[in-house]
Design a protein around this ligand. Structure first.
Ligand code: ZN
Length: 66
């Protein structure tokens, strides 16, 4: 067994599909489909979230530094 670094966790909100193009319908003046890109709010478009340990430490910092 090899020990490997803990990989970043896949974002539970989007399963790693952090951004999606949403077709608005119609086309613009150059003939392209008009789309907007939506990013996952949980991971801000990265598809991964920090390891749980980091989340806990961040939460502790937030809770106890006042
Ligand atoms: Zn996400």
């Amino acid at each position: 067994m090899q020990h490997r670094p803990v990989p970043a966790r896949i974002c539970p909100s989007c399963d790693g599909f952090a951004s999606a193009s949403i077709t608005l319908g119609g086309r613009d003046h150059s003939g392209q489909r008009r789309t907007i890109t939506a990013h996952c709010r949980t991971c801000h478009g990265t598809g991964t979230v920090p390891p749980l340990r980091q989340l806990l430490e961040d939460a502790a910092d937030t809770a106890f530094t006042r």
